[in-house]
Design a protein around this ligand. Structure first.
Ligand SMILES: [Zn+2]
Length: 289
């Protein structure tokens, strides 16, 4: 169903899984992985221990059409589905066994707004932090699951299932994983970020030769709440990803005049003025010291 490239050193070590194009319009992962796979196949790159599995295009139909998904967001409800109904259900069932077996996951994405690359981590002191710090980007972000549960009118059980993406699913089986957001979808630099992260991650795990190339000053952001787009709701300013917002500032406004304002000093995260009703419009969070 999906193309899988596995390289096994034959020696004991971590079982690493690297995923790309979970969202079909995010091309940096497949492009970066193509280069790394080529290096392994040419034996320019030698695996010292453990095994690494690449699945460059996790949503092939969406990738062909250059769309985020065909029927539903593949990075939600990531848990085996006994009666698959839509295309992404079948992909979910294909991916889950790989996620269960992985010790370390690097899930490579890009996003729709401009701004610096960042990494979704599990928590402020979670075991994925040292790995995440090695990858290159300056910003690490956590609290995603809680942010969905904090959404207005959220059904907490449904929200928890909805927030179950690749990393949330795999950590239940003893591994750790991060989601790397490499930059804007069309930005050629996102491929560079992705490729550097793959090399850095494998070096950090001592699976390939070389030192981690990372001079970054990592900042940790706790995302607290997601806000969804509605027909009658518009952003009040052209917010920029990770822009600080003062308490009381109007962030978005409904047609009837009701306002969403910052309840405290915060940062806006992934604002998306063109979000369709029901999609994420923006998140609010805090930078931790
Ligand atoms: Zn994505």
């Amino acid at each position: 169903m999906l193309d899988v490239y596995k390289f096994d050193s034959g020696s004991e070590g971590p079982n690493v899984l690297i995923l790309g194009a979970i969202h079909g319009d995010e091309v940096c992962g497949p492009k970066a992985m193509a280069r790394v796979i080529e290096a392994f196949e040419a034996q320019d790159l030698v695996l010292l221990k453990g095994a690494v599995t690449f699945i460059p295009v996790c949503n092939p139909k969406a990738y062909e059409q250059n769309v985020r998904f065909v029927d539903r967001n593949l990075n939600r409800y990531m848990s085996p589905i006994s009666a698959p109904r839509v295309y992404e259900d079948d992909l979910t069932n294909f991916l889950c066994p790989y996620l269960r077996q992985a010790d370390v996951l690097l899930d490579i994405h890009s996003y729709f707004v401009g701004g610096a690359p960042f990494i979704f981590v599990d928590g402020a002191r979670s075991p994925d932090i040292p790995f995440a710090k090695s990858l290159g980007p300056d910003h690490m972000v956590y609290g995603f699951t809680q942010a969905y549960q904090n959404a207005d009118e959220a059904d907490s059980k449904e929200a928890a299932l909805e927030a179950m993406g690749t990393t949330e699913y795999m950590v239940q089986f003893g591994g750790y994983g991060v989601t790397l957001e490499c930059g804007q979808h069309q930005d050629p630099q996102s491929v560079v970020v992705a490729e550097r992260a793959i090399y850095n991650g494998l070096k950090f795990l001592e699976m390939i030769e070389g030192d981690v190339q990372n001079t970054s000053n990592v900042e940790l952001v706790r995302v607290e709440k997601v806000f969804y787009a509605e027909d009658t709701l518009a952003l009040s300013d052209s917010w920029v990803h990770l822009q600080p917002i003062k308490q009381g500032t109007e962030i978005a406004r409904y047609e009837d005049g009701r306002v969403i304002a910052a309840e405290q000093d915060c940062v806006i995260f992934l604002p998306r003025a063109c979000a369709q009703p029901g999609q994420e419009l923006f998140y609010l969070g805090q930078i931790e010291d």
